[in-house]
Design a protein around this ligand. Structure first.
Ligand SMILES: [Zn+2]
Length: 463
């Protein structure tokens, strides 16, 4: 019985863990590396195992850094089954198609750049194509239901538990048994949510396990409570409108965008925001994700679920505009003041947000509000860290807009929540993943009565 780590090992992205038991090979997640160009180069590298030899992939949730390399896995020979909850399956389809579209675009840009230097021959195609992403849809098999054990393969049972991180997200308990009799319970946290949010339930407490594979994104800090963070957001918007500018919010398309819509609606209802507030959700992916969210009220926290069943739309407000078409997106450029513009990507590494930053960042009446994680090496991180100017589309843009970092919106558990969740498992062995190494080292000091490992990439352990 073996456990090995092929991503998110002393890093935050690219989650991919391999369990070998009873002659079967099961992956938990198969995510993309995200961040600077150097990090993303790793996506083209070897998986560290033979994709054709994998029997199942259990998918914890639909974020790109957990599902983004699935099309590449299929392209390289995976013919097994992917198991996920119903919303994860729908959201992952969206995320993978979007990623494939970006890969194809990148491939074309690269080819053109090389052609200009007479090096057409060095051009390689995209990492994976839209066709690969579509082929991946066919691999989705059984649907996981929270709390119901699923016999994944002989000797391997999986129970998906609500992780409260994004719609459909799960922690996964594996009950493993070798024919010779060895038994182990291994618990994968997936990404754990931050309790007390309006849309999702709190993470299900950890069941008893022998070993835990635990995310550590925020293993070194405590979040501010959500209430004051929402007030801070309303304050930032009101201040900016008074100064005569726009509010730019780089946002992740899944969960964060919908949660912000929910709070903006609430703000207008409670008259903390003006009724005339114009909100642009300038992200085709976030718009499609919002439609998926509306189909799964059963996955929400009870009060919100009730509101939806009563016919209320928690993601709608009077001044809301969904801008799917490029022309509509470009029209936003003509608005000088009074708009809240939400666009992806959350870390500003791609997507329409870069156009809005280019247009608004140098204007001192405007604001940029960061409400999510900003990974090292990303444009978001440079702005958060106080850069006086940043490069966008090859141009140096001065940072004169007011920059807010509001961290209470995190979709991740903080240090105290991680420790409490881990304690519930009573695990004797703990593998820390999905965190920056210094953070992991701080967090490792906080765990007691367990042997802690910080697996290196491709490192393997006997269970
Ligand atoms: Zn996630």
């Amino acid at each position: 019985m073996k456990l090995s780590f092929h991503g998110a090992a002393r890093g935050v992205t690219g989650s991919c863990h391999l369990v070998e038991c009873a002659g079967r090979r099961v992956l938990v997640d198969c995510g993309l590396y995200q961040g600077g160009r150097e990090i993303e180069e790793d996506n083209a590298g070897e998986f560290g195992f033979d994709p054709a030899g994998i029997d199942q992939v259990l998918l914890t949730h639909a974020h790109l850094d957990h599902c983004g390399r699935l099309p590449l896995l299929v392209k390289r020979g995976f013919r097994g089954e992917i198991v996920a909850t119903a919303p994860t399956r729908e959201l992952a389809r969206l995320v993978m198609l979007d990623a494939a579209h970006l890969q194809e675009e990148d491939g074309r840009h690269r080819a053109r750049r090389l052609a200009r230097r007479g090096r057409e021959r060095d051009a390689r195609g995209p990492l994976f194509s839209i066709l690969d992403a579509l082929n991946t849809q066919d691999a989705f098999g059984r649907v996981a239901v929270y709390g119901e054990a699923l016999q994944v393969a002989p000797g391997i049972r999986a129970t998906f538990l609500d992780a409260g991180h994004i719609l459909g997200s799960a922690s996964i308990l594996l009950e493993l048994q070798e024919p010779a009799g060895l038994r182990r319970r291994v618990l994968f946290s997936g990404d754990l949510g931050n309790a007390g949010r309006p849309l999702l339930r709190s993470p299900t407490p950890a069941p008893a396990a022998d070993a835990v594979v635990l995310e550590t994104t925020y293993g070194d800090r405590l979040h501010k409570p959500i209430g004051p963070s929402v007030e801070e957001l309303y304050g930032a918007i009101a201040d900016t409108f008074e100064r005569g500018g726009n509010v730019i919010i780089p946002t992740f398309a899944l969960e964060r965008a919908q949660e912000l819509l929910y709070y903006l609606r609430d703000g207008v209802e409670q008259r903390k925001l003006s009724r005339s507030t114009q909100v642009f959700l300038d992200s085709p992916m976030a718009i499609s994700a919002t439609a998926i969210f509306e189909r799964y009220p059963a996955f929400y926290e009870a009060q919100t679920a009730r509101r939806i069943r009563d016919g209320e739309d928690p993601f709608s407000l009077a001044g809301l505009h969904f801008t799917r078409e490029t022309a509509e997106s470009m029209a936003i450029n003509r608005i000088a003041a009074g708009a809240v513009i939400m666009a992806g990507s959350g870390m500003c590494t791609g997507g329409r947000i870069r156009h809005h930053l280019k247009n608004n960042l140098a204007r001192k009446h405007c604001s940029v509000v960061f409400v999510g994680y900003a990974g090292q090496g990303t444009l978001a991180r440079r702005i958060v860290d106080g850069a006086r100017s940043v490069r966008i589309f090859g141009e140096e843009v001065a940072v004169r807009a007011r920059v807010y970092t509001i961290n209470g919106f995190s979709a991740h558990a903080d240090q105290a929540e991680l420790i409490a969740w881990h304690a519930g498992s009573g695990a004797a062995r703990t593998f820390l993943v999905h965190g920056e190494e210094p953070v992991m080292r701080v967090f490792a000091q906080c765990l007691q009565k367990t042997e802690v490992e910080l697996p290196a990439l491709h490192q393997q352990f006997e269970l």
